[in-house]
Design a binder for this molecule. Structure first.
Ligand code: HEC
Ligand code: HEC
Length: 156
């Protein structure tokens, strides 16, 4: 009898342990975001930047990292609301630079630097990688929000 009772308890404990264990950066569903923000690159998780960073980015889409990513005002407002609603909280930390200006790149945040401190400058420049922004080069499951060390593979 004792053994039977222990099983549901173990299952419950495993379920409770899961969210704390695996960082899940799955991108919440949003049609406008998918249409406008995934044609040039993967869907970056809103959870990885502070709301101020998203607002600043969405206010400068005509000069978006050397690209013109501007969209009509209605969509811009809708996507901004979506990004802000799902923006990073305590765990992502502040995503501002030393002058308190919002950083626009996830790949320039302190948290990113900490998680990637073992990767050398030469590695970032490899032909198969090119840019730290190219998350999918190393995180094959990034599109599904999975950045765990089990699915990391740095291309040669
Ligand atoms: C016309 C192409 C284009 C569109 C459309 C576009 N982007 Fe980008 N985005 C870029 C380029 C180019 C970069 C820089 C990539 C690099 O450094 O390798 C970039 C970089 C980014 C980064 C920073 C990645 C990093 O380094 O951490 C974020 C965040 C981002 N885009 C969000 C968005 C959002 C949100 C939208 C939709 C409103 C969007 N992008 C639409 C071209 C685009
Ligand atoms: C050159 C390959 C490479 C690129 C490009 C890259 N990463 Fe990583 N990333 C790694 C490695 C290696 C680790 C460390 C895995 C470990 O040992 O825990 C890591 C760790 C992480 C972690 C921590 C995972 C955890 O469970 O602690 C996150 C989150 C992450 N990366 C997000 C990103 C994002 C977002 C991008 C793009 C903006 C990106 N990475 C680009 C190689 C890369």
């Amino acid at each position: 009898m004792k053994r039977l009772a222990a099983r549901p308890l173990l299952a419950l404990l495993a379920a409770l342990a899961l969210p704390a264990h695996a960082d899940n950066y799955g991108v919440p569903k949003n049609a406008a975001f998918e249409e406008e923000c995934t044609s040039c690159h993967m869907a970056y998780p809103p959870q990885m930047l502070h709301a101020d960073s998203w607002r600043a980015m969405m206010n400068g889409l005509s000069k978006h990292f050397g690209s013109d990513a501007s969209i009509d005002e209605k969509r811009r407002t809708a996507i901004t609301d979506f990004l802000v609603a799902h923006s990073g909280g305590r765990k992502t930390g502040d995503t501002r630079d030393a002058q308190c200006k919002p950083l626009l790149r996830i790949s320039e945040t302190e948290r990113f630097a900490k998680k990637h401190r073992e990767i050398s400058a030469a590695t970032w420049k490899r032909a198969a990688i090119k840019s730290p922004a190219n998350c999918t080069a190393c995180h094959a499951q990034a599109a599904a929000g999975n950045y765990s060390d089990h699915s990391v593979n740095i291309p040669r």
